[in-house]
Ligand binder design. Structure first.
Ligand code: NDP
Length: 283
C-alpha cells in the first residue's frame, strides 16, 4: 500500500502557483485577487476563511475578506456581491457557505459570473464541466482529487471508478471529472442497492458520504485506489469515511484523513483564482 500524501502534493502545487503568479506580475504588472464574503458567526467558516486568506498571501494572491454581520439583509449582501462582480481588480469571488438562514443563498450565488466563480459551483461552470469545455472553473475538492491521482501517476483510462455520494460540490463533479479522464464511472448514493457489490468492482473508489468509517475492507477490491473525501468530526478529532486501518491492507493507494484530500481543496481555490486572473489578462 502507498499513502497518497495530500500535504506534499498541495505544497508542490502551491509552489507552482506561486511561480505562475510571480511570472504574471512580471509580464503584466497585475496581482490576482480573491474576495471572500462571509456573513455571520459560524466558527468553522471563520477558520476556513482565515486559512484561505493565509494561503492566498503565501502564493502572492491578494485576499480581501468582507465580513458581514449575521443580520445582514438580502439587499445589502447582494449589493456587495454586485460591486465585487463589477470591480475589475477582483478576479475571484467566493461566498462562504452556509449563509445565515434568512438569506436566499441561490439568488446571491447566481450574481457571480462563471469567470469569477472560483468555487466552481455555478450552473455555468457545472455545465461547462459537463460539456468537457476548457473554460470551466472546477469545483475545488474533486479537482484536487484528480490532481492527487495525476501526481501519483495513477492510470485512469478505462478504469472503473465508483463514487459514493452525489452532492453538487463533491460527488457529481467528481464523477464528471473521472469520466472526462476516460474512466467508466458508477455513482452510488443512499438509495443504491447492493452497494458493497458495486464498490468491490471499483479500480478507483472515491468516498464522499460524510459518515465515519463507512467504507469497510469487505467493500474494497484488492489493489483498489481508495480516495477518502470525508471529514467527520467526532469528539474533537477528524475521521474519514473509510475505515483506514482495515482498508489500507487491501488498497494499492489510499488517502489518509487528515492529510489526504483536505489540503487540496484550498490549493485548488488558489489555482482557480490564478486561472480566473490569467484568463482575464489574456482575453
Ligand atoms: P452531502 O451530505 O451533501 O452528500 C453525501 C452523499 O452521500 C449523498 O449523495 C448521499 O446520498 C450519500 N450517502 C449518504 N448515506 C449513504 C449511504 N448509506 N450509502 C450510500 N450513499 C450515501 O455531503 P458532501 O458531498 O458535501 O460531503 C461529503 C463528505 O466530504 C463530508 O464528510 C464532507 O465533510 C466532506 N467534504 C470534504 C471537503 C474537503 O475539503 N476535503 C469539501 C467538501 C466536503 P443521497 O444523495 O441519496 O442523500
Amino acid at each position: 500500500m502507498r499513502l497518497i500524501d495530500g500535504k506534499l502534493v498541495a505544497k508542490a502545487i502551491r509552489e507552482e502557483i506561486k511561480q505562475k503568479v510571480a511570472e504574471a506580475y512580471e509580464l503584466y504588472g497585475k496581482r490576482f485577487s480573491l474576495t471572500v464574503i462571509i456573513a455571520g458567526e459560524d466558527s468553522a467558516s471563520q477558520i476556513y476563511v482565515r486559512n484561505k486568506g493565509k494561503a492566498c498571501e503565501e502564493v502572492g494572491i491578494i485576499s480581501d475578506t468582507v465580513v458581514l454581520p449575521e443580520s445582514v439583509s438580502q439587499e445589502e449582501i447582494e449589493k456587495i456581491v454586485t460591486e465585487k462582480v463589477k470591480d475589475e481588480n477582483v478576479d475571484g469571488i467566493l461566498v462562504q457557505l452556509p449563509l445565515p438562514r434568512h438569506l436566499d443563498e441561490k439568488r446571491i450565488l447566481k450574481l457571480i459570473p462563471p469567470e469569477k466563480d472560483v468555487d466552481g459551483f455555478s450552473d455555468s461552470n457545472v455545465g461547462r464541466l459537463t460539456l468537457f469545455s476548457d473554460d470551466a472553473l472546477y469545483s475545488c475538492t474533486p479537482h484536487g482529487i484528480i490532481k492527487l491521482l495525476e501526481y501519483y501517476d495513477i492510470p485512469l483510462k478505462g478504469k472503473h471508478a465508483v463514487v459514493i455520494g452525489r452532492s453538487n460540490i463533491v460527488g457529481k463533479p467528481m464523477a464528471l471529472m473521472l469520466l472526462k479522464n476516460d474512466c467508466t464511472v458508477t455513482i452510488c448514493h443512499s438509495k443504491t442497492e447492493n452497494l458493497a457489490e458495486i464498490t468491490r468492482t471499483a479500480d478507483i473508489l472515491v468516498c464522499a458520504v460524510g459518515k465515519k468509517g463507512f467504507v469497510t475492507a469487505d467493500m474494497v477490491k484488492d489493489g483498489a485506489v481508495v480516495i477518502d473525501a470525508g471529514i467527520n468530526r467526532v469528539d474533537g478529532k477528524i475521521y474519514g469515511d473509510v475505515d483506514f486501518d482495515e482498508v489500507n491492507q487491501k488498497a494499492s493507494y489510499i488517502t489518509p484523513v487528515p492529510g489526504g484530500v483536505g489540503p487540496m481543496t484550498i490549493t485548488m481555490l488558489l489555482y482557480n483564482t490564478y486561472l480566473a486572473g490569467i484568463r482575464k489578462v489574456n482575453k
